[in-house]
Design a protein around this ligand. Structure first.
Ligand code: SAH
Ligand code: SF4
Ligand code: F3S
Length: 444
């Protein structure tokens, strides 16, 4: 008789990729905790390690195999679960290439994790279904939270940008119900959250029926959160330009708790490239949206995503991207070299841009974006801003929080605690963070 492997006693979840994966990792951790497993401090000391993977670019996807290798070297006895978007996209290949992996589970099936782990005691378990029953209904209620919490309200994507794997790894656009979102928001606040960030691959495509049965968009969720006692700040990400509705723009003008920050990826500043990317917005239409958003909320910080070296991109077309960056003036941004992804239309396009050309374009774009970010951070020096304290800093007596514009602020605070919203004088700015002090108390 073969001995059945011991039930894992503790777990560690390692998250790669976007915020939706961070959210899913938290929910998997809660699920494993509900099974009676303890949280391990690192992957090396865990009986069960979940790698929650990202498939967006080749480098991200390949990382999973090196992670598995490292894990097997440092913690040979651990059980390994590969979850997330690589699991969804190449589940069979993982099973073939990495014999030490016990469970492969996709982003829409991870509520079945406990059952899959039990199955894997006898044979390797793989589950990349996109079941019609929502995983959200099967997950345990949200538990203790940090000051800032993520809440996934919308999943999947129907936009099919020609370079992108998300519509394949995450499936079709699906909105969670208004009631389910508000229930989870209440649980998050009860657990200690003071800021809620609504998440979705296209979060502003969220639609639902409110408590009166009316068809509503994301702005209705924002307004409902605004009315929820205990919520101090509201954010949402990531947005698609085509789903930037009038109602949502108005919410930026009217809802004080909605933070002045908008992540609105444009990818390229050239209309031919945008068309080839199937972005369904133009350079002009994007700029008009930014104009309307800024009219509604003049101090809003704009953030974006960019891809350089899309197939066929010429130097002149790349210069249009630099041009739109100058026109918008970003507070923050992410930029990437185009990475061909299997199964996407762009992977079959001609006109691959040479690696060194991409490298050069990325460096020029990042230099400009870096200058803009630094300049934006500088504008806050000397200002008095609200900071939501989120975690301890490196030095004793120091806490780190976020400004309304999502900048990290290091604050020397005595008498304040994590979760507090404090008013801080910004005294200096670096490229990636700010330093602040509590205003000197006025003598009584
Ligand atoms: N839903 C979000 C983006 C999700 S992916 C949106 O539409 O804005 C995050 C970013 O990764 C994208 O905005 C894009 O800039 C980048 N990206 C996606 N696929 C890529 C690829 N094949 N190569 C390089 N960058 C890519
Ligand atoms: Fe990918 Fe485009 Fe969908 Fe964003 S909108 S997830 S880039 S397909
Ligand atoms: Fe990556 Fe999947 Fe997010 S591919 S970016 S983890 S949706």
């Amino acid at each position: 008789m073969t001995e059945s492997p011991k039930k894992p006693k503790n777990y560690f979840v390692k998250s790669f990729g976007c915020q939706m994966n961070v959210y899913d990792s938290e929910r998997m951790a809660e699920l494993l905790a509900a099974e009676g497993m303890a949280a391990a401090t690192d992957a090396e000391s865990a009986d069960l390690v979940v790698l929650n993977t990202c498939h967006i670019r080749e480098k991200a996807a390949e990382k999973v195999y090196s992670e598995i290798g490292r894990l097997k070297k440092n913690n040979a006895g651990s059980r390994v679960v590969v979850a997330g978007c690589v699991a969804q996209a190449e589940g069979e290949e993982i099973v073939r290439r990495a014999p030490s992996v016990d469970v492969v589970v996709g982003p829409q099936a991870y509520h079945r994790l406990p059952e899959l782990i039990r199955q894997a005691g006898e044979r390797r378990a793989i589950d990349t279904d996109m079941p019609p029953v929502s995983k959200f209904d099967a997950l345990p209620k949200r538990s203790r939270q940090g000051a800032s919490a993520f809440l996934t309200v919308q999943e999947g994507c129907d936009k099919f940008c020609t370079y992108c794997v998300v519509p394949y790894t995450r499936g079709a656009e699906l909105s969670r119900s208004f009631a389910a979102v508000m229930d989870e928001a209440r649980a998050l606040v009860d657990g200690g959250a003071r800021e809620i960030t609504l998440l979705g691959q296209n979060v502003n495509a969220w639609t639902g029926s409110d408590d009166k049965g009316a068809d509503v968009g994301l702005d209705a969720l924002v307004r409902a959160l605004d009315a929820l006692p205990g919520v101090k700040r509201i954010r949402y990400t990531t947005s698609h330009p085509n789903d930037m509705t009038e109602g949502l723009i108005r919410a930026h003008a009217e809802v004080e708790k909605l933070m002045p920050y908008l992540h609105l990826p444009v990818q390229s500043g050239n209309d031919r490239v945008l068309k080839a990317m199937n972005r369904s917005h133009s350079r002009e239409s994007y700029l008009r949206i930014i104009e309307r958003v800024r009219a509604a909320r003049p101090d809003i910080a704009i953030s974006g995503d960019f891809i350089v070296g899309f197939p066929g991109e010429t130097e002149a077309e790349f210069l249009d991207t630099l041009e739109i960056v100058r026109a918008v003036n970003y507070a923050q941004a992410y930029s990437f070299k185009y990475s061909p992804r299997p199964g996407t239309p762009a992977a079959d396009m001609t006109g691959r841009v040479a690696a060194e050309v991409m490298e050069d374009r990325l460096a020029r774009l990042q230099a400009l974006l870096g200058d803009q970010q630094r300049a934006f951070n500088e504008t806050t020096v000397g200002k008095r801003v609200d900071v939501l304290l989120e975690r301890p800093g490196r030095r004793t007596g120091q806490l780190v929080g976020k400004s309304p514009w999502l900048q990290s602020v290091h604050v020397e605070v005595a008498g304040a605690a994590i979760g507090d919203l404090v008013t801080v004088d910004i005294v200096s700015a670096g490229p990636n963070s700010l330093a602040g002090i509590l205003p000197a108390k006025v003598a009584a």
